[in-house]
Write a protein that binds this ligand. Sequence first.
Ligand code: PGA
Ligand code: ZN
Length: 440
Amino acid sequence: MPTLRALKARQVLDSRGRPTVEVDAIADGGARGRAIVPSGASTGRHEALELRDGDPSRYAGLGVTKAVANIGATIAPAIRGMDLDDQAAIDAALLALDGTANKSRLGANALLGVSMAVAHAAAAARGEELFAHVNRLWKAKAAGLDPSVPREPTMPLPMVNMISGGLHAGRNLDLQDVLFIPTGADGYSQALETIVAMYRAVGDVLRKMGAEANLVGDEGGYGPRLGDDEQALKVVVGAMLACGLTPGVDGHIALDVASTHFHDPATGTYKLSNVPRPMDAGAMVDMLAGWVDRYPIISIEDGVAEDDWEGWKSLTARLGDRVQLIGDDLFVTQTARIERGIASGAANAVLIKVNQVGTLTETLDALALARRAGFRPVVSARSGETEDATIADLAVGTAAGQIKIGSVARSERLAKYNRMLRIEEDLGPRAPFAGRATLP
Ligand code: PGA
Ligand code: ZN
């Protein structure tokens, strides 16, 4: 059994030039695993705490040297010598060391960096690919679940950012992401080719309209100033037609409304820049339902705000049988909140972001809980990313079915798409692909 010999942590920079935590885990035999922690911008209020230094004289207060120091001073001495294959025991030790509900003592960024690096080192010690190691963890976690829950490594269907707005693109639109799903694809690499064709076509449509198609948002989607949100939907439909796709048949739209970020909790209303009066949840649901009727939308994330449980229930009652309704800020990858959603009929899918919860084991718990309730999981990157591609292996190894990384621009995004090309090659010419069947 490989054991942990040492941890080495350092501060590196993410895709926005902000400091983040990188961890090397070294096995007794010398095998190494490395992981870098991602970071969000449109974060949910209930996420685990990302520990920042707060020293305004260095990196505008965003340094993570305290989190790095916690790894060296507190975490490394406590978990040294532990079995690297026992991810659950290591993660339990991390939680016990931190001791807080939101990981604020050591920092969720410290915990996650260690948790992921350990998994990489365990795989390296055995000379196997990370997705295969994650798959073993997933099979153990899924042991008691219904036999229909996917267990074998499976290439996910990507949902891909085409047009960015909200906090990721200077609030040019209220919608944060307008995404494309290549629902006609039979395999991952074929899906990727369609995605790239679509990305180019969206640029062409924008240029023809005289809109900006050179500036991209934090996730690589185009960041044009359009008249309103609905225009962004029309652009993506136009690009599908230009690519020879039939909207609603072999190409679909997904939205990340990220509505928490234009919701006013004091009045319970949503303030869209193009709608003259604030809207209540009912009006938001009406607007989204109208779009679903007029556009080939198959998935909506955070259609209402993170604590608007009543709004979530009416959104789900209205659209839940035809549209995937993903809770991101709502669930923050945490089982207690997902359980509340299951019990109350809020959402029917869960966005899975490793740093919202802070350890790999808790991420697997969230995936298993979602599967137990028939909620679709969508493994997701953050708007602040790096060359770390752990989530590609996570999505394949847990057969999650869907992945959301951003666009096919900016190398912190391509690191994951490219990693999946390599995994697909490993899985062989008949690599299982989740495809259209994973959606409603
Ligand atoms: P974030 O955005 O990483 O900035 O939170 C991603 C998302 O909202 O899905
Ligand atoms: Zn989101």
